[in-house]
Design a protein around this ligand. Structure first.
Ligand SMILES: Nc1ncnc2c1ncn2[C@@H]1O[C@H](COP(=O)(O)OP(=O)(O)OP(=O)(O)O)[C@@H](O)[C@H]1O
Ligand SMILES: O=P(O)(O)OC[C@H]1O[C@H](OP(=O)(O)OP(=O)(O)O)[C@H](O)[C@@H]1O
Ligand SMILES: O=C(O)c1cccnc1
Length: 485
């Protein structure tokens, strides 16, 4: 079945499109940027994600006769039809003509810098706005949550278990992929594994144990069936008794030349129980049997359990990861920053002024330079206008407080945005769209952050600023628009 992404939008995008088409305004070239304003989860970074989905959206974007028939059926509130038949006829042959640039998935990103740049006829740019924000906002949020959870786990593998609690099937699919981009070693979501090439993993449920006359026979049956990846859930009735039964089965497996891979504890005081389990397993000689913990975990409970010295081999994290439990949205926006009349070469700055400094937009056709210290840690991000370039003094100015400035001259840098779509065609090859490749990039990106930016409590704020000349230009434009310059 087609995804029908062309209709996965707010109605006003389509009514504006008809207006643009009718007035001839639709041919005006526009530049939009998607960005977010606040660090998710009160953290110190975010993990860019959702661009594979965005590429799929662009690939599939076409209005069918069925779409046109549906739109033709919509009544205008005051009477008559909402859409003109000539416009719907135009949509039938419409092809997107946008250029889209974004950082590679898995790149570490920060508030107030462009996460996606879209350029093309203004009508085209707006027709994709809602669906673009839908996938980039959600996936960036979940990839960031996953990175936080995995950092808290200190390298022990985290399996994503959230599908059953995710926000619908679509949310579950994207959450599983984004969780792996953010660092999860695997997902329990089989369709996501198939569709996105993610490692899948799993243990067994309490129902397996409950369906047998007793726990020991349930464990024995499971070990017979899955001798190569046997993780036994020990908390169906009594954890201590469950561990003893697992030990019995583990020793039987050893006699057959097999290994009990682990036990899973899914309730109670997980730190206390994990320590008890380790003592019992070691005393029985099963020192190579791992301990998997699950049950309503997130980065905070994982940190607390590890702070208590719990000997944990791996983690299963579901609900609080797949639903971004403590912050359900990233709040990313999509703002017009420049326009160009048909046939012209020069871009005209566009600015939205708001009483709140945080909501003042940035004009121009923007990109980001990421500067590095000699030791490989990142030093600061500069938002600059691609057409104006960067002045000789590589100074960034905090967009919310112009007194805060930082000189980045002489440091090594890279530019973050790279081509994803050109003239409506996806140009990023499949290899660069892989979730596992994005996971590697995310790991490297997290290693380039200072520890102070990764801590959970009041992390250090990373310097992101406007290039000095761009900041001055914005200041002048604000004055002009307010009639004070
Ligand atoms: N040592 C620990 N430190 C911090 N948090 C913990 C620790 N052990 C367990 N937790 C967390 O405490 C919460 C306990 O939740 P809850 O009371 O629902 O668990 P439970 O008693 O096992 O019941 P249920 O069977 O319904 O899951 C979970 O979020 C779990 O992750
Ligand atoms: O706790 P999460 O992070 O969401 O991880 C997934 C949970 O899903 C399963 O429980 P189940 O759905 O059977 O419910 P339960 O809470 O009663 O264990 C599993 O045993 C985990 O506890
Ligand atoms: O495989 C598991 O252990 C699993 C999968 C989904 C949810 N809870 C646990």
């Amino acid at each position: 079945m087609r995804n029908e992404y062309e209709l996965l939008t707010d109605l006003y995008q389509l009514t504006m499109a008809q207006g643009y088409w009718e007035t001839g305004q639709g041919a005006t070239q526009a530049c939009f940027h998607a960005y977010f304003r606040d660090y998710p989860f009160r953290g110190g970074y975010a993990v860019a994600c959702g661009f594979d989905q965005l590429a799929e959206l662009i690939d599939d974007f076409a209005f069918t006769q069925d779409d046109a028939d549906y739109l033709a059926s919509l009544d205008a509130p005051g009477g008559g039809k909402l859409f003109r038949p000539e416009f719907l006829e135009y949509l039938r042959t419409f092809r997107l003509r946008v250029d889209i640039d974004a950082p590679a998935e898995g790149t570490i990103v920060f508030p107030h810098e462009p996460l996606v740049r879209v350029m093309g006829p203004i009508m085209d740019c707006q027709l994709i706005e809602t669906a673009l924000l839908n996938c980039v906002n959600f996936e960036t949020l979940i990839a960031t949550k996953a990175a936080r959870v995995c950092l808290a786990a200190h390298g022990a593998p985290v399996a994503e278990f959230g599908l059953r609690r995710a926000q619908g099937a679509g949310g579950g699919m994207w959450a599983s992929r984004a969780a792996v981009v953010g660092g999860c070693a695997s997902t329990s979501n089989v369709l996501a594994g198939k569709r996105y090439g993610l490692p899948v993993s799993g243990t067994h449920a309490h129902s397996w144990v409950m369906s047998f006359p007793d726990e020991l026979s349930a464990f024995r049956a499971y070990a017979q069936e899955f001798p190569h990846n046997c993780v036994l859930l020990v908390d169906t009735y009594n954890v201590e008794q469950g561990i003893e039964n697992a030990i019995t089965v583990g020793l039987e497996m050893r006699q057959r030349g097999q290994r009990l891979a682990g036990i899973r504890i899914d309730s109670g005081d997980l730190a206390w129980l994990a320590k008890m389990a380790r003592r019992m397993l070691d005393a029985a000689g099963l020192t190579d049997c791992g301990i998997v913990l699950s049950n309503d975990l997130d980065e905070y409970t994982i940190q607390s359990i590890l702070d208590e010295g719990a000997p944990v081999t791996s983690w299963g994290v579901g609900t609080k990861l797949a639903c971004a439990f403590d912050q359900p949205t990233l709040g990313g926006v999509y703002k017009l920053s420049a326009t160009r009349a048909p046939g012209q070469t020069e871009w005209t700055d566009r600015l939205k002024i708001s009483e709140s400094a945080a909501k003042l937009t940035v004009p121009g056709v923007l990109d980001v330079r990421r500067y590095y210290h000699d030791d490989g840690h990142i030093a600061g991000d500069m938002v600059f206008d691609m057409n104006a370039g960067v002045g000789e003094r590589e100074v960034i100015v905090d967009p919310l407080d112009s007194l805060r400035q930082k000189n980045l001259s002489g440091k090594r840098f890279e530019t973050l945005l790279s081509p994803l779509v050109r003239n409506g065609e996806v140009v990023l090859d499949q290899a660069h769209r892989s979730a596992m490749e994005a996971q590697r990039r995310c790991r490297e990106g997290l290693a380039s952050l200072d520890e102070s930016q990764k801590r959970m409590l009041n992390p250090h704020t990373y310097p992101v600023g406007l290039e000095y000349g761009l900041c001055e230009r914005r200041r002048a434009l604000v004055g002009k628009l307010r009639g004070i310059a």
